[in-house]
Design a protein. Structure first.
Lengths: 199, 211, 232
């Protein structure tokens, strides 16, 4: 009894083999050209300026003030930086239940990121009462020459903001702003976060 | 076509149950990682009537049981919170965008029941939830950590013998008591329900009368 | 089965195929081998694997060392029982400070793992597990297990991470039992590679490898001034 394999002509077996290799190669080429992880996990971004309210998935955020200097003082600690501090005030109003503003990162035009939750950086924001605005504060230290054109990325989640909404707010820092901040001799005071938009 | 269907009828018949079985097997993840961590098992009641709530729980001392009869007597908006002694907290500095909601409750439970660690929240008609917290605005010395127990005699913090002994020494919690909780909410927030919970997924929810 | 030869693509292919299998066995086997080699081309071929790093290098004091995202220059070392009013006098001995400059040359904040592990003391037998862990039951530890607390020297604040593009004046602070210390100390430094983690495919600093070793003179430093300092 001849085997099944020997009943298929050699020609079509070789042809099948070639087709399989071709399919695998094509598959490899396609996968290499697919959009990477970064692209299909990208956040839903809204660009804004200081003073403009952005509607994120879980609440509204508006940057109200941008200040800077060589040294800051919070109720917890006083820090002098080898670079400059940028201190950002913003208002956060959660829309739904218990949501906080987790991701607050300053990003330069060259792609450097300064996370307010790491190192000596400051992040005071914790309200999660739906409909109640909170005055939040953050500060990051960075090299003065990377400050012009920097933006702050704000999103409702703590880790990377992929798949979620993200506000990108232009901090409006120019070379003049940096010079002004470098010339400051007083300390930038950063109070704790407070409920409400009053002082 | 019909010949094929007839030939494969048993296989086809088993597809649906097999699919359901596969889905059920995968839902173990839902149970393990989600169901037990969110409030899903409600004990419901209405304002003015006592609701019996009971659950088993684990703490660092072991496995225990807690049971209480909860009555929400009133839910009203007030100008300022009061401390556990009833004195108004004048320096609360409530912002214009906020309001205080006072939740008055009557609780009946065994003095040995662990009620410490309760989480109280108010829900409105659109499902928004505002949680009670002692830290928002007022110096946390004024507002208690657990809003469902009397501040002076809180009862045991766990089921273990040491915690029980400490509670007896400090003065046991009364078997029945009244307590007020002050919840900071956004101005205009209209609560339609009060929710009290300790360990998810169980919780007790009291519906408030719609006016 | 005898085929009628035709001048069609199929006919030509059949003739080529028959030519191939009519070759001597040795040539057929070689042919198959070459074909298999060709197969590897669409899958990456036989590209060279990246070379592995060499061992640690001796660095002079004051020379920068590249440690993954960090660039560290060790300048000096000193010790004292009470060098700073931020952490008060040592209850078990003294504090040992390795002082230098630390720069973040990457484009993101440096992760905690890299911050904690890129420098180690060697040769000392009286180092404590860390500044906070002074329990005699857990001490002293071998010097490569001793953790430091990294301070920004000008204002004595703890640096749990450092910002891209900034160079900090830093002090690595260790605590030692007693005040018997040699006149020099050798520190080992470690670098990292930026690559995809095989666990979850995210890119991170991995593969901690010895990069350099520096020997720096160690002498008693100044006690902090007890004069009242202005508080912010």
């Amino acid at each position: 009894m001849t085997s099944i394999a020997s009943r298929i002509p050699v020609r079509s077996r070789v042809g099948t083999g070639i087709l399989i290799v071709a399919a695998l190669s094509l598959g490899r080429v396609v996968t290499d050209h697919m959009p990477g992880q970064d692209r299909h996990e990208r956040p839903f971004t809204t660009a804004a300026k200081v003073g403009q309210t952005v509607h994120l998935r879980t609440g509204d955020v508006v940057v109200t003030k941008v200040d800077g200097g060589k040294a800051i003082a919070t109720p917890i600690e006083a820090d002098a930086s080898p670079g400059l501090w940028v201190a950002i005030d913003f208002t956060w109003t959660p829309r739904a239940d218990t949501s906080v503003l987790g991701y607050k990162v300053v990003r330069t035009t060259t792609g450097d990121t300064y996370d307010s939750l790491l190192g000596r950086n400051v992040s005071f924001c914790g309200n999660s009462i739906p409909g109640l605005p909170e005055s939040c504060r953050m500060a990051v230290e960075m090299p003065p020459d990377r400050m012009p054109g920097a933006v702050v990325d704000i999103a409702p989640v703590f880790d990377s903001p992929g798949y979620d909404s993200l506000a990108t707010v232009d901090l409006g820092i120019t070379d003049e702003t940096v010079k002004k901040w470098q010339a400051r001799t007083d300390v930038v005071k950063i109070p704790m976060n407070t409920v409400g938009t009053g002082s | 076509m019909t010949a094929w269907l007839r030939g494969n009828r048993w296989g086809l018949a088993l597809v649906i149950p097999a699919l359901l079985l596969a889905l059920a097997a995968n839902s173990l993840r839902l149970q393990l990682f989600w169901w037990t961590y969110k409030p899903h098992v409600a004990t419901s009641g209405v304002q003015g009537k006592p609701v019996h709530f009971a659950e088993d729980f684990d703490d660092f001392d072991g496995h225990w049981h807690r049971a209480l009869d909860l009555t929400v007597t009133s839910v009203t908006t007030v100008a300022a919170p009061r401390d556990p002694d009833g004195k108004p907290i004048d320096d609360a500095r409530t912002p214009a965008e906020a309001q205080w909601v006072k939740v008055s409750m009557h609780v009946a439970a065994s003095p040995t029941a662990v009620l410490f660690g309760c989480r109280l929240s108010l829900l409105d008609a659109s499902g928004r939830e505002t949680e009670y917290t002692d830290g928002n605005l007022v110096d946390s010395d004024y507002l208690p950590i657990s809003p469902c127990i009397p501040d002076a005699h809180q009862g045991p913090v766990s089921g273990g013998p040491k915690a029980q002994g400490d509670a007896v020494e400090a003065g046991p919690r009364p078997a029945a008591y009244d307590v007020d909780a002050y919840v900071l909410t956004a101005r205009g927030f209209r609560p339609t329900a009060v929710r009290l919970q300790w360990t998810p997924p169980r919780y007790v929810q009291i519906a408030l009368p719609t006016t | 089965m005898g085929d009628v030869e035709q001048q069609t693509p199929q006919g030509r292919l059949a003739r080529v195929w028959r030519w191939a299998i009519d070759r001597p066995l040795r040539q057929v086997v070689t042919g198959i081998g070459l074909f298999l080699l060709l197969l590897t081309a669409p899958f990456g071929g036989w590209a060279k694997a990246p070379a592995t790093a060499t061992g640690p290098e001796r660095f002079a004091v004051g020379k920068p060392m590249t440690l993954g995202p960090l660039e560290l220059t060790v300048d000096r070392a000193s010790w004292n029982t009470d060098p700073s009013n931020t952490f008060g006098p040592s209850k078990v001995g003294a504090y040992l400070l390795v002082i230098g400059h630390l720069r973040n040359s990457s484009n993101a904040m440096v992760p905690v793992g890299v911050m904690k592990d890129h420098l180690r003391l060697t040769g000392l037998t009286n180092v404590l597990a860390s500044m906070d862990v002074t329990d005699p039951k857990e001490n002293p530890v071998p010097p490569d297990k001793a953790d430091y607390t990294l301070y920004n020297a000008p204002d004595t604040t703890v640096l749990s991470s450092v910002a891209p593009g900034l160079t900090y004046e830093v002090a690595y602070v260790f605590e030692v039992k007693g005040t018997t210390l040699p006149d020099r100390v050798t520190v080992d430094t470690f670098g990292y590679t930026w690559r995809k983690s095989s666990l979850d495919q995210t890119e991170m600093w991995l593969d901690r490898t010895p990069v350099g070793t520096v020997t720096v003179p160690l002498h008693e430093g100044v006690k902090h001034s007890h004069a009242p300092t202005s508080t912010p």
